[in-house]
Design a protein around this ligand. Structure first.
Ligand SMILES: Cc1cc2nc3c(=O)[nH]c(=O)nc-3n(C[C@H](O)[C@H](O)[C@H](O)COP(=O)(O)OP(=O)(O)OC[C@H]3O[C@@H](n4cnc5c(N)ncnc54)[C@H](O)[C@@H]3O)c2cc1C
Length: 538
């Protein structure tokens, strides 16, 4: 094979691409992983500034029967600690310690909504039911990461007894696929109560997915040294197995017929098989399929149209703070992973109808109107607050604390404001408001203790990982999805209309996140290996 020719090229060094590359290089294949940024990891990434370590993407991990089995299967060591969660509304904070915390959650909600006790009980009944389903769903190590040819104990003692329960559970789950907002309306009349339960989820999140979070809160863990250590561990595995990684290399064209990918310097790399583990809209836009058979081209165009018609899901705004205050001051208030809502009123239509109005009438709307909306949005929102030092004290300089405050944010708003030329001003106004809301409520010590602050917007996410509409977990929840969204047929999610090209990651299956990105990364690697075996035989 010549220098630039590989058995498999993987485009996208996020967690999905890293997984595919680790598995394929372990099999001794000639593998090239191509990543556009200086470092791999994509949205599973940590960085250091002034001695403070921050997580740029996901703040903590949920195993989901996938991450730890994958690491075990690959023989990758990763030191992890628990990442306990706190939930807070106004001045009440609940630390989620175990299943019993659900009763405390009930008490917390009743304290704020005493007139809705029956409705709260109904919600809790549903959450308990879902927790049981979750125990089944994530109850065993995902078989995709087990050696099913050799591990007979796993097949007979674990997998086979589990399968009927799994099928039963999937049927139940499929009945809870409607958007959580709609689902809650069935038995919760008070819109503020509905907001307290669900406003920190993506728009139209399937009810099962959203309400399962109480169970997932108990599962969060954190790699020592930051979330990015997971990506680093996989990167090291790829190198150890002889795989090649090219960073700072952006693929700008896929010449499907010639099996070539071209980077920003016009250098081409040849593959036998390609795994696209990055934004799928980008792939369909830059793939040249001109010389393919009519049948494949037609199918390709069909899928492309579906992809381009759909939108990426919600994005986030993250405010990073370097604070001259010891970790202890924050530890007294909440755990290092904290969902906090400063007002029990809830967002109502603020982030829906009211924002839609501003966006549709953007040309006519005054800056002041947007800032007034921003006042309300920041006062009523729910914040995901992460304090890496509370999970691993080595992540901050002594006596100081690093904090990340984030919340769901609409890409179109930032995009329009950037086009009108006042993005920096808007970001500063937004940061000021978030800081004033948080320091007037849960963390008063923030008032005069901030050394440095900076933030990432949905536009930063789009720029950094090339994700359409700055999405952080792939497609938005719409009626029709351009990708597979049923777990029973997840193995098909990695197929594209071109037999030598596979897809993986958050765009290949929906709903996605770290575990599904890893799963599809492994499924794509399995398909590639199967195909290679088939070619060898023929
Ligand atoms: C703030 C935040 C909180 C989150 N919370 C959670 C959570 O609680 N639970 C959860 O499961 N998930 C969460 N996520 C989502 C999760 O991090 C992502 O879904 C997951 O990491 C996606 O991995 P991926 O490999 O599929 O995609 P990405 O991480 O987007 O990786 C794609 C990679 O491809 C590269 N790339 C793109 N285009 C090109 C190109 N043309 N050429 C070469 N390289 C290219 C990008 O630079 C990137 O490195 C969160 C994300 C964020 C940002």
């Amino acid at each position: 094979m010549s220098e630039n020719t590989y058995n498999i090229i993987i485009v996208g060094g996020g967690i999905a691409g890293l997984t595919s590359a680790a598995y394929l290089s372990r099999e001794g294949k000639k593998v090239l992983l191509i990543e556009k940024n200086k470092e791999c990891g994509g949205l599973v990434n940590s960085f250091t500034r002034d001695g403070f370590h921050f997580d740029a993407g996901v703040r903590a991990l949920i195993d989901a029967g996938i991450i730890l089995p994958m690491l075990k299967d690959l023989g990758v060591q990763l030191e992890v600690v628990k990442s306990p969660v706190s939930l807070g509304i106004e001045n009440e904070i609940l630390h989620i310690e175990n299943l019993g915390s659900l009763s405390k959650y009930r008490e917390l909600l009743i304290k704020f909504f005493p007139e809705s006790e029956e409705e709260i009980d109904e919600v809790l009944k549903n959450i308990r039911k879902i927790m049981k389903h979750m125990d089944v769903l994530y109850g065993i190590e995902n078989p995709v990461f087990k050696d099913l040819k050799r591990d007979r104990d796993f097949i007979f003692k674990i997998l086979l007894p589990w399968l009927p329960k799994f099928i039963f559970t999937i049927r139940k789950i499929n009945r809870m696929n409607m958007p959580v907002e709609e689902y809650l309306k069935i038995f919760v009349k008070n819109p503020s109560l509905r907001d307290m339960i669900s406003q920190h989820f993506f728009k139209n999140t399937p009810a099962f997915f959203a309400l399962s979070y109480f169970s997932l809160y108990l599962d969060y863990f954190y790699p020592k040294g930051g979330v990015g250590k997971l990506s680093e561990a996989l990167k090291n595995k790829i190198i150890e197995c002889g795989g090649e990684i090219k960073t700072d290399t952006k693929i700008i064209e896929v010449m499907v017929e010639k099996c070539l990918v071209k980077d920003q310097k016009n250098i081409t790399f040849k593959y036998d098989q390609l795994i696209w583990a990055a934004d799928l809209k980008t792939f369909y836009k830059i793939a040249d399929t001109e010389c393919l058979s009519l049948k494949i081209r037609t199918k390709f165009e069909d899928v492309k149209n579906k992809m381009l018609k759909n939108r990426g899901g919600d994005s986030v705004f993250s405010l990073f703070l370097e604070v001259d205050e010891p970790l202890e001051s924050f530890r007294k208030i909440a755990h290092g992973h904290f969902f906090y809502t400063p007002s029990k009123l809830g967002l109502g239509e603020t982030h829906k109808e009211e924002l839609n109005y501003l966006l549709t009438n953007f040309e006519k709307v005054e800056k002041e109107q947007i800032l007034t909306w921003l006042d309300k949005f920041t006062r009523l929102n729910t914040y995901e607050i992460s304090i890496p030092g509370l999970k691993d004290p080595e992540l901050v300089p002594p006596g100081k604390t690093g904090i990340i405050i984030s919340f769901l944010a609409e890409y179109d708003l930032f995009n329009k404001i950037q086009k009108s030329g006042w993005l920096d001003e808007f970001i500063s106004e937004l940061e000021n408001r978030v800081l004033s809301v948080i320091s007037d409520s849960v963390f008063p010590m923030l008032k005069d203790r901030i050394i440095v602050r900076f933030s990432f917007t949905p536009l930063s996410i789009e720029n950094r990982v090339g994700s359409s509409e700055g999405a952080i977990t792939g497609w938005s929840f719409q009626k029709s999805m351009p990708v597979i969204n049923k777990i029973q047929i997840a193995d098909r999610s990695v197929l594209t209309p071109v037999p030598s090209i596979f897809q993986a990651g958050q765009w290949a299956y929906s709903p996605a996140g770290v575990p599904m990105s890893i799963l599809t990364g492994k499924l794509a690697a399995d398909r590639v290996l199967k195909q290679m075996k088939k070619f060898r035989k023929t």
